[in-house]
Design a protein around this ligand. Structure first.
Ligand code: SF4
Ligand code: SF4
Length: 186
């Protein structure tokens, strides 16, 4: 099963995981960040982004002004030329791509502006960051439907916290608690 098929195969579980994530914000668990970072590593051992590229295909990065300036300069364009050609401002004033897939996604699923790509792309899917809870509402909750790596991390967290009832989480649990069908199996 490839990463996109994995996303589709878990569609019925999205409401369960969305509810789980909402509850996780309030839930008292220790060591969440350590375990989430270990599960993020586990996800990317199995998932090759060049086999997936779903984020570049169906989502837009959020550009900061500094991103637009850097990429425009790299392409020999002015800020305004770049904005007029590729971007719009959304309802909260963020710069977003007008079209999906991203204009810089190549046929081989590589990024044609990789060294100067937006910081949002560089940091995506943010499951590698500390403060997992801070990213739940604005990022992880949406991304379970788009990013196989995010879905993997969330499925494994659900398995360990809800199914196994663990409250004192450690990075080691990523190896000691076997997936038993949770997460991307490859
Ligand atoms: S800029 Fe590159 S990494 Fe970012 S969405 Fe476009 S193709 Fe993907
Ligand atoms: S970050 Fe997620 S959605 Fe993007 S290519 Fe990697 S696995 Fe796919």
């Amino acid at each position: 099963m490839n990463p996109k098929e994995y996303l589709k195969s878990k569609k019925k579980k999205y409401p369960t995981y969305t509810t789980f994530l909402r509850g996780l914000i309030q839930r008292k668990v220790r060591g969440l960040d350590s375990l989430a970072i270990a599960l993020n590593k586990e996800a990317f051992k199995k998932i090759d982004c060049l086999e997936c590229a779903n984020c570049c295909t169906v989502m837009s990065p959020t550009y900061k002004k500094s991103d637009v300036k850097r990429i425009a300069k790299h392409l020999g364009m002015s800020f305004e030329q770049y904005y007029d050609k590729y971007l719009y401002k959304d309802e909260i004033g963020d710069y977003m791509n007008r079209k999906t897939p991203c204009q810089f996604l190549k046929a081989d699923k590589k990024c044609s502006i990789y060294p100067v790509r937006p910081d949002d792309c560089r940091g995506f899917p943010h499951t590698q960051n500390k403060d997992f809870k801070l990213y739940i509402s604005g990022t992880h909750k949406q991304n379970i439907a788009y990013c196989p790596a995010t879905l993997h991390v969330v499925e494994r967290l659900h398995q360990i916290i809800i199914e196994k009832g663990e409250r004192n989480l450690t990075a080691k649990m990523a190896t000691t608690i076997k997936p038993e069908g949770a997460g991307y199996q490859g």
